[in-house]
Design a protein around this ligand. Sequence first.
Ligand code: SF4
Ligand code: SF4
Length: 215
Amino acid sequence: MSKEGNKGIFDKEYSRRQFLKISGKGLAGVTLTAAMLSLFGCTQKEVDEGLVATTPLPTGLLVANRAKCVGCQRCETNCSLANDGKAMPYIGRLKMRDNLNVGEEGVAEDYRHGDGIYGVWNFGPTTCKQCKDPKCVAACPVEAIFADPATGARTIDKEKCVGCGTCTNMCPWHMPVVDPETKKSTKCITCGACVAGCPTGALSIVDWKDIAVAM
Ligand code: SF4
Ligand code: SF4
């Protein structure tokens, strides 16, 4: 491989490592370059106010700008339309709400699975982190979840899945959801349908190579 070719790969890996350190949460406190702000479609003020969050995906970075999100959940609908051929936000792989459960034990994630008194809808993006050491993969009793060779996305083999819901319970963010109609689990494969469905441009997937250039 040429020297230039190697440099490209190293830049890409460097950028990925840098962003893995700060991604999966808000970027508050991080000063971004003008090129990076342009790439992410946000302002430094929005970053400072904690309105911009990033999530690492195998091929790049999903960037969500809460300042632009209006909570319409079209990303979820588009996801199910693209992947399942039906409008069913419940099984959308991108969750636009954290369901916080306020009960005697305090605040817990995921109202559906909690036993508290008050459910609190917190609109904002929650996405599959495509974990390096995925709990969903480790827990599946029939080894139905694998890393797609082309994209690296943790992917469910529908033929193998028996719809037990173990992946939902074991994922720290409860990202996989069993479709109540097909009895098969669903999860993010980084197709980008959520980005295409957002009417306000609050979501974007940025390639690692573009991040390397902007840095
Ligand atoms: S579904 Fe959950 S555990 Fe599995 S890769 Fe995604 S974030 Fe990780
Ligand atoms: S629902 Fe399917 S993918 Fe999830 S743990 Fe059960 S068999 Fe595995």
